[in-house]
Structures are given as C-alpha cells and as structure tokens.
Write a protein that binds this ligand. Structure first.
Ligand code: 2P0
Length: 333
C-alpha cells in the first residue's frame, strides 16, 4: 500500500491573482507575488487503494462534503492521467486554518495534495513541475509549494505553452523579517466565491484592464524593493494592488463588494499606525478580513492596535513567514 503524507501552509498575495485567461489550466491574467505563512498547516495523506472503485475523501476525520470530495477526485483524475496509474485513493485532509479567517485554505490544501498524490503516484516532480500541478487544483496553490516570498509567473500563451510557462518560484529577501497580522472582521462564509467573482470582474468591469496593466508595474517595483529590503515600498505597493483589485470588483455588474463596516475600521487604523510612525500596510482577499503587513518587530504593537477596532485580541492572529510544502516523514512511518 502506497501512502504519503504532505504538509503545506497558506500564502497571502501581496500582488494579487485575480482572473484567469484559461479556466481549465488555471492560467492567470497576471503574475502574482505572495508570502507563505509559518502558521496553519494543512496535512494531507494519500493512500492508493487498488480495491476501491472510487476515491474516498475525508476532512478532519469525517466524510468530506460532496463539493470538496468531487474537486479532490477531479484533481486525482489528473494525477492518474499523468502517471498512467489508474488506482483510486483514500485522501485524508486535516486543516488548521481558523474557519472564515480568509486565509485561503485551498492554497495550502492543493499544495499538500499535489505533493502527496504526486509522490504516491510516482510522478517524480521537481519543484517547478509540482507548482504547475498544484496550480491545476487552485491557482494560488502554485505559490504554497514554496516558502517565504514566491512569485507565480503568468506565463505565455495558452494550451501547452501556457501550462509549461506558468509556475511559481521563490524570491530571496534576506533583509526582511515580515509578519502579517490577520484582523478577523467577519468570519462568516463569503457571499460570492472567488472563482465566480473573478469571472464576473473580468467579464463586466471597465476597471479590470487598467488594474492588469498596473499590476505588471507593481511586480517590477516590488521585486526590486524585496531585493533591497525596503518593506515600506513593498507595503505601499501591496496595499495599492489589493485596493485596486477591489476597485475592479466594485466596477463589476453586479458589483462584488467584500468590504464590511469593520473592514473600514481596520483600514483607518492602519493609516493611523503609519501616521504614528509604525510601518503597517493593509491587504485584503476575497472577503472582509484585513491582513496587515509589518516588520516582525512591530507585530505585537500592530496586533494590539488592530484588536481595539475588531473587538479584542481574540480577533487578531499574528503570522510570520514559513516553509514550502514537504513530505512528512512522521506520517509515513
Ligand atoms: C490571491 N485570491 O492571489 C487571490 C487574491 C483571492 C484574492 O487566489 O479559482 O482559490 O482555485 O484558481 O486560488 C483565491 O483564488 O482560485 C485567490 P482558483 P483561488 O491569493
């Protein structure tokens, strides 16, 4: 019985992925750039089972919800196609992301699944190929293959050329020691799933093309700032890129609006922190929660300031830079 356990962590994009040019291969419209976190690992075990006629998917020890199981099984179909090994599998996933924290669990989930399944089915993937495979599960998962800062290249063209050229790779930023303070504004399920929101934005928002063009400039400037250890420039670009992404959504018809009243309170508090001389910059994903980028040295002060406007310390989570996806020896004994 071939059984492999892999662990991966969520990532937060500082230059966002928003929109696909190919929905099947998950080829993005823009290159994105992220920070993988040390906290909230997802652990996934894939066990090949020749006796099964369908995959069996569990989540936190219980049978997984239908939609989740179907998405995992579709991903395994791809792995079976690539490996030529038709066996079905048992997939067990345990995820430690706080519910509704807006720390995309699909990124860690599909990075862990790609590594565990790729290894169990003998695909012998290098990190680039693993990143391309994870991308097929969820675009942002391509970045969680790597630790620290990672860039996921848009790639060229569509079809095979697009598939081969759209992968993530790590970015060195040895002068930086970043933290992200997550402000839990609202932990309810989001109203519009990000896939649907991206689609609607691309199809209807007049603000989308200019954001795509600006994003390419953001990328060049942020890579330079990361290299130079210039967190203030990284933060300024990240905040502008994220708010710009939300502006594209506000321009969609009908609009996709993820802002809640508490979101504005946190954004105001971030401005106040900067005015008081503490480096803090906001980013938001497909939900109302805000992630505040800062230097690790400032994370306690930033968390305390943010806690005041979101209803206490229990509604803030401090996260730092973490590792890429790994096969877990422990789980394989
Ligand atoms: C990101 N997000 O760059 C952006 C910013 C949300 C806002 O990647 O359709 O779950 O599976 O490729 O990766 C969320 O989208 O989407 C996301 P699919 P995914 O982190």
């Amino acid at each position: 019985m071939n059984s492999v356990v892999a662990v991966a962590h969520p990532n937060i994009a500082l230059i966002k992925y928003w929109g696909k040019r190919d929905e099947v291969l998950h080829l993005p419209m823009t290159t994105s750039l992220s920070l993988t976190l040390r906290e909230f690992p997802t652990t996934t075990r894939v066990t090949q089972r020749p006796d099964l006629t369908a995959d069996h998917v569990t989540f936190a020890g219980a049978r997984a919800p239908e939609a989740f199981a179907a998405r995992v099984s579709r991903f395994l179909d791809l792995v079976r196609e690539l490996s030529g090994d038709p066996r079905h599998a048992v997939v067990d996933t345990v995820n430690t992301v706080p519910t509704g924290a807006g720390l995309a669990s699909s990124a860690a989930g599909f990075a862990a699944l790609a590594l565990a399944a790729g290894t169990a089915y003998g695909l012998d993937l290098d990190r680039r190929a693993l990143s391309r495979l994870a991308r097929r599960g969820s675009g942002s998962a391509s970045r969680s293959v790597f630790g620290g800062f990672a860039v996921w290249w848009r790639g060229e063209d569509v079809g095979d050329a697009g598939d081969l050229s759209s992968f993530a790779e790590p970015i060195d930023a040895p002068l930086l020691d970043p933290a992200l303070v997550v402000a839990l504004v609202d932990t309810r399920e989001k109203t519009v799933p990000s896939r649907e929101a991206m689609r609607r934005t691309m199809a209807t928002s007049p603000f989308y093309p200019p954001w795509v063009a600006e994003s390419a400039r953001d990328l060049d400037r942020m890579r330079k700032a990361l290299h130079e250890g210039d967190l203030a420039t990284v933060g300024d670009i990240a905040e502008a890129n994220a708010l710009g992404m939300h502006a594209t959504m506000l321009g969609a018809r009908p609009a996709v609006r993820y802002f809640a009243p508490g979101t504005y309170r946190v954004l105001d508090r971030v401005l106040e922190l900067r005015a008081s001389g503490i480096g803090a910059w906001a980013t938001m994903d497909a939900g109302p929660n805000v992630k505040v980028l800062c230097d690790s040295r400032d994370s306690a002060a930033v968390a305390a300031a943010v806690a005041e406007v979101v209803g206490g310390a229990a509604r803030t989570v401090v996260t730092t830079a973490g590792p890429g996806a790994v096969v877990s020896d422990d789980g394989n004994r």
